[in-house]
Design a binder for this molecule. Structure first.
Ligand code: P1T
Length: 385
């Protein structure tokens, strides 16, 4: 079946007791056993829950995976995967990742004896050179947050596979509608389902999908043992969000393509980072790897009088349709300054090296009428002079 059909039906059947077409929210924390240890598949809701199980099955189908695991947040999913590592192990991570992911690796895992090398994976020779005998995991986001770099999943996986090292791809920005990393050789995919998968900015959640039976056993153990599981209500909401993911992603990308092209022509804009740009340094790869360029754009405004950072602040304050907020992937358009918001936990010198300047602006293009979005941006350019 095609992904649009799977998004609506995978893992779902009318409820056998009531005939309910939509998956019920099973709130019970515990499940009756016919005798000690003799249950119908569920014993305690941290270990497994029917609503969560349905979400896990549907999400797995979308990524073409055999298994799905749901977590209380994207960071909980990330932390759980990283706990498959042991002291002395080494991880190679793409150099541009969500600030919270950088913080987990830098501030939580490194003190536990896991070393990390952050690499610009657009350079495959550099990536290969970063491997050590103790390298046990490769982690990448593509497109990356917030610089929208695109890494070649297939080639990075080929290098890692020669070394026997699993590759984890954070597919939050792209979603399975744009690319399916498991088909390109990745071992597992991680998502902040807070974003496009849920799509309505009313849930914090995470998902991991994999077809690796050995890895999923370790992750299931950790999901239960560490306990960072989502509520059944949140699972219901993400499951509902998935049903419209295919239509939402098309509109996000269409609106973003219009806005990115308009920004590039604008005399007040210094630079635009968007995978749909025809001068994007990875444009050949993008054509091969991504079905659409997605809904995220970063750009740098030109200074007017004061510094670029000052103008960015004024620009954000003047917007009426875009909301200044962290996060992305909801129906509504959001705008933020990564250096002081989502990527504040990345050290200033690292941010500078990556191009996350104090004035860099990131937008998550929503589903509003694109003319209204352009008019809102145009007004803010004028008002921030
Ligand atoms: O916020 P949480 O659900 O825990 O997900 C963390 C996460 C993981 N991976 C990527 C690529 C992300 O962008 C995020 C969260 N990002 C934001 C909150 C943001 O505004 O970028």
């Amino acid at each position: 079946m095609k992904i649009e059909t799977l998004a609506i039906h995978a893992g779902q059947h009318p409820d056998p007791t009531s005939g309910a077409v939509m998956t019920p929210i099973v709130l019970s924390s515990t499940f009756a056993q016919d005798g000690p240890g003799n249950h119908k598949g569920y014993d305690y809701s941290r270990s497994g829950n029917p609503t969560r199980g349905t979400l896990e099955a549907c999400a797995a189908a979308l990524e073409g995976a055999r298994h799905g695991l749901a977590f209380a947040s994207g960071c909980a999913a990330t932390t759980t995967i990283l706990h498959t590592l042991r002291p002395g192990d080494h991880i190679i991570c793409g150099d541009d990742v969500y600030g919270g992911t950088f913080r987990i690796i830098d501030k939580v895992m490194q003190p536990m004896g896991i070393s990390a090398t952050f690499v610009d994976m657009t350079d495959l020779a550099l990536t290969e050179a970063a491997f050590r005998p103790e390298t046990k995991m490769v982690w990448l986001e593509t497109p990356s947050n917030p610089m929208l770099k695109v890494f070649d999943i297939e080639r990075v996986c080929a290098i890692a596979s020669r070394k026997g090292v699993p590759v984890i791809v954070d597919n939050t920005f792209a979603t399975p509608m744009i690319q399916q990393p498991l088909g390109l050789g990745a071992t597992a995919v991680v998502h902040s389902s807070t974003k496009y998968l849920n799509g309505h900015s009313d849930v914090v959640g995470g998902l991991v999908m994999t077809s690796d039976d050995e890895l999923v056993q370790k992750l299931r153990f950790l999901q239960n043992a560490m306990g960072a599981v989502p509520s059944p209500f949140d699972c219901f909401l993400v499951l509902r969000g998935l049903k419209t993911l295919p239509v939402r992603m098309d509109r996000h990308a269409a609106n973003a393509q219009t806005i990115a092209a308009w920004l590039r022509r604008h005399h007040d804009v210094a630079r635009v980072y968007y995978p749909g740009n025809d001068d994007h340094p990875q444009r050949e790869l993008i054509r091969r790897q991504m079905k659409t360029p997605g809904g995220m754009i970063s750009f740098v405004i030109k200074a007017a009088g004061g510094s670029v950072a000052e103008r960015s602040q004024k620009f954000l304050a003047a917007l009426k349709v875009f909301t200044c907020a962290e996060s992305l992937g909801g129906v509504e358009s959001l705008i933020e300054l990564p250096a002081v918001m989502t990527h504040a936990s990345v050290p200033a010198e690292t941010r500078a090296a990556l191009g996350i300047d104090d004035g860099l602006i990131r937008i998550s293009v929503g589903l509003e009428a694109v003319d209204d979005l352009v008019a809102d941006l145009e007004h803010a350019f004028s008002a921030s002079h």
